[in-house]
Structures are given as C-alpha cells and as structure tokens.
Write a protein that binds this ligand. Structure first.
Ligand code: FES
Length: 87
C-alpha cells in the first residue's frame, strides 16, 4: 500500500493493494476523469508534485516516465510511501 496526498487540501488517503488511485480518490469525493482505465488513453493523467510513481501505462514515453512528474491515476502506483498529486 501507499498513500496519495491531495496538494490543495493536504488530505492523505491510503491506496490498498487491490484498489487504484482513481477509486480511492473517487470514494473521497475527488473525481479524476477516466476512459480506458487500462493505461492506454492518457485521460487520467495527473501531475505529481512529490514522490516516485510506479508507472503501469503504455501511454507515456520512457522519457516522460523518467521525469516522474505525471501519472496515469487509473492504473499506476507508487514506489515511494507517499505521492503528492496536483489536485
Ligand atoms: Fe486511460 Fe487512465 S483512463 S490511461
């Protein structure tokens, strides 16, 4: 599990093994637009302010992945304990 922090509110939410970032945020009233939910379309891309994403999408290039400044929230996860999202 890892945590996501919503930058605008400072609230932190735990994302368990069997949940996605999008699911956890939605359950807490924060909606990220999604389409494919499989890492293909890029609809759910969210800016990352701190932390190291674990990318599981096929949408971004290797260079974009290496920058670690955005994440496909439908399917990607986190290598760091906390990911701070620009939300
Ligand atoms: Fe398509 Fe996340 S909804 S990549």
């Amino acid at each position: 599990a890892f945590k996501v922090q919503v930058n605008s509110t400072g609230e932190t939410y735990t994302v368990g093994e069997n949940e996605t970032i999008v699911e956890v945020l939605e359950a807490n009233g924060i909606e990220i637009p999604v389409s494919c939910e499989q890492g293909i379309c890029g609809t759910c891309i969210t800016r990352v302010l701190e932390g190291e994403p674990e990318h599981h999408d096929m949408f971004m290039t290797d260079d974009e992945h290496a920058k670690n400044d955005q994440i496909t929230a439908c399917c990607s996860r986190s290598k760091s304990d906390v990911l701070v999202l620009d939300l």
